[in-house]
Design a protein around this ligand. Structure first.
Ligand SMILES: [Zn+2]
Length: 201
């Protein structure tokens, strides 16, 4: 950062520089872009940032991102309410929805169980999932946690809680490379994994 810039401009460069994948040069370029842009265009960015922090919350039912009490998926009457797909993060919902192969509802855990990082089952929305299965019309739970050690462990733990409730438990087919994530899987692999899902023993 240079002393040649005003404090305000330095602040903007600093903020851009905090974003992932943005180095000092890019931060500088973005800040100058904003400086040169006309006021409405620049302020639209500021407003969009404020809106995501003030308007977006968690769906009351599935914990996906939402601007209302219920997310768009939970509010959609065409969804098959007997199927719930369990994912770690809202970004996984986006990846699965892009395949166009899902007509189910979701449950977003908010992460995976990772005792070494201090994340245990109580930090996730697992109890809310059990509640949904207990009180709802759910027939099948599709586990779509990431195919890595933490994701598999979380999936097994949840299965052990749900199995006594008599619900069928499946998981996405193993076309997904082990150690990978749902977020970065290709659409075609995900679509195959959805269609070829297997009963979790
Ligand atoms: Zn929802």
């Amino acid at each position: 950062m240079s002393n040649a810039y005003t404090g305000t401009l330095n602040k903007l460069i600093e903020e851009f520089g905090r974003l992932p994948g943005i180095g000092p040069k890019t931060a500088e370029r973005l800040a100058f872009h904003i400086l040169k842009a006309d006021a409405p265009a620049a302020l639209a960015l500021a407003e969009a940032i404020r809106d995501v922090k003030t308007k977006i919350r968690r769906c009351r039912t599935c914990y996906n991102l939402s601007e209302g009490e219920l997310c768009q998926i939970c509010s959609d009457p065409r969804r098959d309410r007997s199927l719930i797909c369990v994912v770690e993060q809202p970004k996984d919902v986006v990846s699965l929805e892009k395949t166009g192969a899902c007509k189910w509802l979701y449950h977003v855990l908010g992460g995976h169980i990772a005792p070494l990082d201090g994340i245990d089952a109580g930090d996730l929305t697992i109890d809310k999932l059990v509640e949904r299965v207990r009180t709802g019309e759910v027939k099948e739970i599709v586990m779509a946690t990431n195919p890595n050690i933490e994701g598999d462990g979380t999936s097994l733990y949840i299965s052990s809680l749900l199995r006594p409730l008599g619900v069928k438990i499946t998981r996405l087919a193993r076309g997904l490379p082990t150690g990978s994530t749902i977020e970065y899987a290709s659409g075609r692999i995900l679509a195959d994994a959805i269609l070829g899902r297997q009963v979790l023993e």
